[in-house]
Design a protein around this ligand. Structure first.
Ligand SMILES: [Zn+2]
Length: 186
């Protein structure tokens, strides 16, 4: 799933909890490497020269392609999307900070949500679940981006759910406001 949607759904699921920001941060964390390295590669390659490029889209695709081949991106993408790496991190958090909800456990749960959602929405580009000790890869029947694997259906359902959930939040906000006004007036 794309990074923004990870963040949104994590916000929606944890908005009434404490440490919502840490849940969201955890849910964005496995993908942060793409953005950092995209900027890094753009700068070292002076990608702004793309403006003078005869075929700017091709240069951009080339950059994105090389991004995923970059060893730093490869290792961090695989580690960040591995249930095993997550599990080791979580055990350390449990031993060190305990089970109760804290910024550390909230970050861990947000991260886990990302890994699970990605396992369910990647086919050809799925990451081995227990990297680096096993190459077993679950290829989900649904891909969030590949139309050969129902990306169009996924995208429609996801967009619809986001719209409905936003409407729900909006209606609730208006109701709460009215209610507090009534209490205030009486
Ligand atoms: Zn991801």
């Amino acid at each position: 799933m794309n990074t923004l949607h990870h963040g949104y759904w994590t916000f929606f699921a944890t908005r009434k909890q404490r440490y919502t920001g840490w849940f969201i941060f955890g849910s964005l964390s496995p993908d942060i490497v793409y953005y950092v390295m995209f900027i890094y590669l753009s700068v070292i390659r002076q990608a702004w020269q793309v403006v003078d490029d005869a075929d700017p889209m091709r240069s951009l695709f080339g950059l994105v392609h090389d991004l995923f081949d970059h060893p730093v991106v490869f290792v961090l993408r695989h580690a960040g999307h591995s249930l095993l790496v997550w599990g080791i991190f979580f055990v350390i958090v449990l031993i060190w900070k305990g089970r109760r909800l804290s910024m550390w456990t909230a970050f861990s749960y947000g991260w886990l949500g990302h890994v699970i959602l990605d396992i369910l929405t990647h086919h050809d580009d799925a990451v081995p679940m227990f990297y680096p000790i096993s190459s077993y890869t679950f290829k989900s029947p649904v891909s969030y981006w590949d139309d050969d694997h129902y990306a169009n259906v996924f995208s429609m359902v996801n967009t619809l759910l986001i719209a409905v959930s936003l409407l729900y939040l909006l209606i609730k906000k208006i109701r709460d406001k009215r209610r507090s006004q009534k209490v205030h007036d009486s």
